[in-house]
Design a protein around this ligand. Structure first.
Ligand SMILES: [Zn+2]
Ligand SMILES: [Zn+2]
Length: 235
């Protein structure tokens, strides 16, 4: 065991307890495994949400709204242990979770990412002063691990957040889009990538991904697909 592992022994992404040797590789304990919900089965063909009713193949949000990104995927349903996992990943300096999410993403969606022709990975940026206070952007930690495992460049400076937006969870549905309007801009004059994988920690209604994708597409990106660690349920 390396020195860093002694200092920071691997913890379960679900309950944050120390992991047994057998569970280190997958990153979560047996109890959490039985409680977390992996995204699978019938999903919305636009954003990747699990569908409550298998009708047209689109979730209720994607039915209502124009989508700028072409496809989306996610690892877990945002509930149970994964809700706490996301909280600690963001606010309790559990950057190490990002490596586990990244590994799971590479295994589950590596093939899809290659098939889409992704030539750059872009984490959804934080407002600069917020990032300075937190010390890291959790979406970037997740994105870096995927990039490393799949050998795809991570462009963390490409997209800039220009508005210190209110937390989306505090807003109603209509206000979410408004909140994200013009919240992103491109750091360079044009974007030359054919397909960008936009990466975030949590996807709820899709307003953030859509706002970020719009900035990338209007600056010349051919196509944007998205991936998040957790995704809300269809309602
Ligand atoms: Zn656990
Ligand atoms: Zn959808």
């Amino acid at each position: 065991m390396g020195f860093l592992k002694l200092l920071f022994p691997p913890r379960c992404i679900g309950c944050d307890e120390l992991l047994s040797v057998a569970d280190v590789k997958r990153g979560y304990c047996a109890k959490c495994a039985s409680q977390m919900v992996f995204i699978e089965g019938k999903t919305c063909f636009v954003c990747g949400k699990m569908l409550s009713v298998a009708t047209a193949g689109r979730c209720s949000d994607c039915e209502k709204k124009e989508r700028v990104f072409s496809e989306g995927k996610a690892l877990f349903l945002y509930e149970g242990p994964m809700k706490l996992s996301m909280y600690r990943f963001k606010y309790s300096n559990r950057r190490c979770y990002g490596k586990v999410y990244g590994r799971i993403a590479a295994v589950r969606y590596g093939h899809w990412i290659k098939k889409m022709g992704v030539d750059a990975i872009v984490p959804v940026p934080m407002y600069p002063s917020k990032e300075r206070m937190r010390g890291y952007n959790q979406a970037e930690v997740f994105a870096r691990e995927i990039g490393k495992l799949l050998n795809i460049p991570v462009e963390s400076k490409l997209l800039i957040r220009t508005k210190n937006t209110k937390p989306q969870k505090m807003l109603g549905d209509a206000k979410r889009d408004e909140n994200l309007k013009n919240a992103f801009k491109i750091g360079k004059s044009d974007v030359q990538f054919n397909c960008i994988l936009l990466v975030d920690d949590i996807y709820t209604t899709g307003s953030t991904m859509n706002g970020a994708a719009r900035a990338l597409i209007s600056s010349g990106a051919g196509k944007v697909v998205c991936l998040s660690a957790c995704i809300g349920s269809d309602n």
